[in-house]
Write a protein that binds this ligand. Structure first.
Ligand code: NG6
Ligand code: CA
Length: 497
């Protein structure tokens, strides 16, 4: 057996260490598990609340729990764009995409999966995509390119957008799964196809009532955003979605257990429509929103067990986070508000999804790597966008991105320091700045999103908060610190333009 040096793990205990070549020598596998609309307070690892998430807590207990971890944006597409490209989302004007939108990641851009592929990783994505597919006017009945492969994924099993947008089908390696060529799929976001039922016209066909929007094409008894027809055999059954994604994610790991792999496991929960498998229906005190969180937690538990059974847990870096903060009523009547009780989805933070307040982007961020990361807590400021530069550093590769910062030492618990500052996207490419423990939200006017009953936080005045002293952002102290406001607003302009 040959003796080789391990990775150039900057600042890590491994530096210069050499061991026998076998599983032990493999570069660590990397798994990013990203929930959809899960709040900081929705997992029990961050403090007891209205729901128990023992499996996500296992990641926390066996790893590092970040208290200042961020998604780049308070909505999905921009947040995921940053995670994969290491670029701020507003550089591309990234905003929530329709299900028939073209791929938003330029093919010439460096991406996290491309960088890992170059370093010898096999790469896969399972779950919610929401970064667009094709070049516009996608023909869903042919191979759909460009897509996940062009972004750097060897394997993909994805939904085009969200679980509330058509087409409600899975796309595996560029092809719609189970498509019957005799029953082609058509999708558009402008007008209905003659004779197709809609949520608006045929409420009697629905098993969940929309509360806002979501009254167009009906599939699986649920009306969605956008119109579609055909593809009956390919339509997903929401109740089975979690099991299918879990199956694909664990299969990917089993198939590539001998290689170094990167898996982006993008859960669809607890985004609307919240439709758990009957095994989880009614199991939480919080109604469907809680039930699908329990379902997601169970999936993660099963996934971790798969790593255990293959002997991969020790040398797999598992990162858990969410694409943006929580929301209760996001367009369907599912009792998320009525059954909330004392539960605080965003934990101590103000507001949630869509907001410029911290609840929008300040999310759960857990890192488990038993071989090298000691369990504990970290206050370092880090962002999902930093995974590119950090893993590049781990692998001795150049950071080719514009905005990703190398926070590797913080990520593995070797340093208390992460970023000094971070711009955050508060919907509609409105940006705010976190600098140390200060947050400055400049005047914002964009009102494009339905955010009720959340506070959008996009006001016409400047807001300044000290989030260590005022974690719930209750006191706008901009008037007291005009110099700091000026300096922070200037800094926003410098980074942005
Ligand atoms: C909004 C939808 C919301 C959700 C969101 C995207 C309405 C009324 N609201 O436009 O339900 O789909 O887009 O969520 O249609 S995200 O998590 O993917 O960003
Ligand atoms: Ca989301």
């Amino acid at each position: 057996m040959k003796t080789i040096h391990l990775l150039p793990l900057a600042g890590c205990a491994l530096l210069g260490h050499s061991v026998q070549a076998n599983e032990f020598l493999k570069r660590p596998n990397i798994v990013v598990i990203l929930a959809d609309d899960l709040g900081f307070g929705d997992i029990s690892a961050y403090g007891k609340n209205g729901i128990e998430t023992p499996n996500i807590d296992r990641i926390a207990d066996e790893g590092l729990r970040f208290c200042n971890g961020y998604a780049s944006s308070s909505t999905s597409t921009p947040s995921r764009y940053s995670l994969l490209t290491g670029r701020y989302p507003w550089r591309e004007g990234a905003q929530v995409l329709a299900g028939d939108a073209p791929l938003i990641i330029r093919e010439d851009l460096p991406t996290l999966p491309k960088m890992l592929k170059e370093a010898g990783y096999v790469t896969g994505v399972v779950g919610k995509w929401h970064l667009g597919l094709g070049k516009g006017h996608v023909d869903w009945n042919k191979k759909i390119v460009p897509g996940a492969r062009e972004v750097g994924f060897d394997y993909s099993f994805i939904t085009a957008a969200t679980n509330d947008r058509v087409p409600t089908v899975f796309v595996e390696n560029g092809y719609v799964v189970n498509l019957d060529s005799e029953d082609p799929i058509e999708v558009n976001y402008k007008k209905n196809y003659p004779g197709e039922p809609t949520g608006k016209g045929n409420p009697e066909l629905l098993k969940i009532k929309p509360s806002h929007g979501h009254n167009q094409a009906i599939t699986n008894g649920i009306s969605r955003i956008g119109f579609m027809r055909g593809g009956k055999a390919a339509l997903w059954v929401d109740e089975d979605m979690a099991d299918i994604f879990l199956d694909k994610a664990t299969n990917f790991v089993k198939e590539h257990q001998k290689e170094s792999f990167f898996l982006y496991y993008a859960l669809h929960q607890p985004h609307v429509p919240r439709v758990p498998h009957p095994r989880f229906a009614g199991k939480s005190p919080l109604g469907p929103r809680g039930d699908v969180i329990l379902e997601a937690d169970w999936c993660i538990g099963e996934f971790l067990k798969t790593l255990d059974s293959l002997g991969l847990s020790e040398n797999t870096i598992v990162i858990f986070s969410s694409d943006n903060g929580p929301v209760l009523d996001d367009g369907y009547e599912d009792q998320a508000i009525e059954k909330l009780g004392e539960h605080k989805p965003a934990g101590p933070f103000r507001s949630g999804k869509y907001s410029s307040y911290d609840g929008g982007t300040h999310v759960a961020f857990l890192v488990r790597w038993p071989r090298h990361v000691k369990p504990g807590k970290s206050e370092a400021l880090i962002c999902q966008m930093d995974l590119y530069a950090s893993f590049a550093a781990m692998l001795g590769k150049k950071n080719e991105t514009k905005d990703s910062e190398n926070v590797w030492n913080a990520l593995v618990g070797q340093s208390k320091r992460g970023r000094k500052e971070l711009l955050l996207d508060a919907c509609g490419n409105n940006v705010l700045l976190r600098q140390g423990d200060w947050i400055c939200i400049p005047p914002m006017i964009h009102e494009g999103y339905w955010v009720a009953p959340m506070e959008s936080g996009r006001l016409k005045i400047t807001q300044l908060f000290h989030v260590k002293k005022d974690i719930g952002q209750k006191h706008n102290i901009a008037a007291k610190y005009p110099g700091r406001v000026r300096a922070m607003e200037k800094r926003i302009r410098e980074i942005r333009y």
